[in-house]
Design a binder for this molecule. Structure first.
Ligand code: NDP
Length: 330
């Protein structure tokens, strides 16, 4: 079996040298555990945060230990009554070709419902993040304007489409013209803006003629500053991610836009998807229904081969991915 460990703590943008491939014997499941062969693994921006030795909502990754993260795989040996050989499961299995896990830390994946990759994206962590962050904190109402940054990624694509389902005007912000076209032509966004365009602030103002009622923030930094200038009274701003800041070696202080919250009586609230653990079932059922009805589309970008895991991860920070980035292991 193979696995990828954290060899060094990255400084700034991670590099391939921060990781190390290891090979070893197949791990053996104990009582109440199963052995899983990984089929697909997830690479996620939040993993960058866990590579720092800093207190956060999850403990940092340990040096020399496997990088943990979401994965789906097949049970190939079971010492637990809950699972049989051949079951497809999802869990926090990590960047490894085989994993041993306790039965109570796994969820069975219904292969009839949708392709099993969706358990890591639209019907899994990133879909639920969009669902709860937008609906619970954003509270979008028909006719309102919803702006989402990181719009062409795993979370952003779902946020924009749910906002459309709720009858909003939806404006996405993303980093390439191909992504902009995808958001408008295939996902039905009303407008989308390439943030690398120099007149971003003006274009944003033009596309939000009635101001901004909900700003779903995946990126932070200057993009968010520009959106904040357009807030309407009683706007809501779910803070989902700050990817523009994850690789900074020094905190990015500077003129920021809290005064906009003040003068518009707006609400900004951070959240972690696990805050909604008790409601995951509800969210997953609704997302699956929208997918089945064709109202929620999704795109997965799948890197071929375990050896490409680190590259796929690094690509998140240069915008290589459209939709959910995954790695096919075998
Ligand atoms: P994405 O699929 O959106 O991938 C990351 C995208 O971010 C890239 O494709 C890139 O697109 C964009 N990006 C990268 N660097 C920058 C930058 N410096 N400035 C602006 N955009 C950048 O990832 P996810 O959908 O999985 O995650 C989106 C955000 O949500 C992340 O910040 C993540 O940490 C957060 N998140 C939070 C959760 C929570 O519980 N709060 C749960 C899951 C995710 P582009 O080409 O447009 O630049």
């Amino acid at each position: 079996s193979k696995r990828i460990i954290l060899a060094k703590r990255p400084v700034g943008m991670p590099t391939i040298e921060d990781f190390q491939f290891e090979e070893g014997p197949l791990p053996q499941p104990g009582e109440g555990e199963v052995l899983i062969r990984t089929s697909y693994l997830s690479v996620d921006p939040y993993m960058r945060g866990r590579m720092n030795d800093r207190k956060s909502y999850v403990p940092p990754y340990e040096l020399g230990k496997v990088i943990l993260g979401g994965a789906v795989g097949e049970v190939i040996l079971s010492q637990a009554d809950e699972f049989q050989v051949g079951d497809i499961v999802v869990g926090n299995l990590g960047w490894q070709t085989h994993a041993v896990a306790k039965a109570n830390q796994l969820k069975k994946v219904d292969e009839q419902l949708a392709p099993i990759t969706t358990a890591l994206g639209i019907l899994g962590m990133t879909g639920l993040t969009a669902y709860f962050g937008l609906l619970d904190i954003g509270q979008p109402k028909a006719e309102e304007t919803v702006v989402v940054s990181g719009a062409a990624g795993a979370v952003g694509t779902v946020v924009g489409q749910i906002a459309k389902i709720k009858g909003c005007r939806v404006v996405g912000i993303a980093g390439s013209d191909a992504k902009i076209r995808y958001l408008i032509d295939e996902l039905g966004f009303d407008a989308a803006i390439n943030y690398k365009a120099t007149d971003r602030r003006a274009v944003l103002a033009k596309e939000c003629p009635n101001g901004v009622d909900v700003y779903f923030d995946n990126v932070g930094g200057e993009i968010s500053d520009d959106v904040m200038l357009l807030l309407n009274k009683h706007a809501r701003i779910p803070i989902c991610g700050q990817i523009a800041l994850y690789n900074m070696t020094k905190p990015d202080f500077g003129p920021r836009m809290q005064s906009q919250l003040l003068i518009t009586s707006s609400l900004m609230k951070g959240f972690i998807v696990s805050d909604y653990l008790q409601r995951f079932e509800e969210g997953a059922i609704q997302l699956a229904e929208w997918v089945k009805e064709g109202r929620l589309k999704y795109r997965e970008q799948i890197a071929e081969g375990f050896e490409n895991t680190v590259d796929a991860f690094l690509g998140l920070f240069t915008g290589e991915n459209l939709g959910k980035q995954l790695v096919r292991v075998k």
